[in-house]
Design a protein around this ligand. Sequence first.
Ligand SMILES: Cc1ncc(COP(=O)(O)O)c(C=O)c1O
Length: 397
Amino acid sequence: MPATPPQTPAKEAHPVSGVPLIDEPIALFKPFHGQEEIDAVAEVIRSGWWGNGPKTVAFEEAFAAFVGARYGVSTNSATAALHLALTVADVAGGEVLTTPITFVSTNHVILLNNATPVFCDVERDTLNIDPDDIARKVTPRTKAIVCVHYGGHPCDMERIHAIAKAHNLIVIEDAAHAAGSRYKDQPIGSLSPLTCFSFHPVKNLATGDGGMVTLDNPEWRDRLNRLRWVGINKNTWQRSDGQDSSKYSWEYGVDEIGYKYHSNDLMSAIALVQLGRLPDTNARRRAICTMYDEGLAGLGWLETPVEKDYAFSARHNYVIKTRQRDKLADWLKEHRIASGMHYIPNHLYPMYKPYVSAPLPVTESVWLELLTLPLHPNLSDDDVAYIIDVIRRFPYA
Ligand SMILES: Cc1ncc(COP(=O)(O)O)c(C=O)c1O
């Protein structure tokens, strides 16, 4: 008898959609790396200088040049960067106009600086802070505006700067999602007095964690340098002579209370490689978004994200809007596709209730429709085609 050929088991199909399920689940976010990041970390480990040193200085200079700012001050997160940016902006005792649709760090740092967050509504299409509501909520106590470039889509900066100028307010940009974004062809990071970036593992430029303030003001740069390292006015690298450890000088001054917020050369070595990759990885994100836009077009029950004329988004998130958000999230999960929701409006957290002065009608309705789809450079065209197919088969009723 001839031998029976081995049978490949039929792929399990979803009972309703009939779609054969994928073997490997699709992640929502995933850092992208090559051998270069591993080599760069190995080099730092061998160098013996793991702390804040030459790689960190090199990354600060390269990132500041990339965004067109004079200085970059690195930190161990964007939360730390925002905390210190609001400190040098001297917001204590005043009001800070802010968005509710953000990661809580944006608003926690206002409270950490002994200031009062005043929530403004968002634009329904971009989900960014609405300049009209900013204008309505300025008071004599307002000191600053914090704006978040949601998903990488720049806020309407000309209008925000016009309000800031009229009322003498400092603009601080939360650019956690916006490494590589541009507003009217100017890079985010070069537009406002202080801009804060995140290099958390799911961000476009990922280092494991990390952040950066970009700015032009040398006094603020010096103060940020001190505040990020417990108030000390000369870091260890500045007190050493390159790799000649015999020239180490132990003396430093302490000018004020600071934090343990500085970065290190292990993270900065990864960051330098990731910065070199950023044009390609952001281009891949953009290509995936175009596939989504085209593949999901024409579904009356779903809205795809916009990109305004003034905007070039780094495409950190791909967020759709649908009234059946939770059912669609379950449907995706059944097909082994992760999805997310960014963000629960911060003013709805009980701890922020004391700061809610007026209803935020757009925020309070739109967030119920938001669903974040997988977006990262590791996704293959087949992955994206599978996600589109699964969404198109969703039994919206
Ligand atoms: C809009 C926004 N702001 C700030 C942060 C804080 O960034 P980090 O995790 O680097 O502190 C995040 C992180 O997810 C964010 O999405």
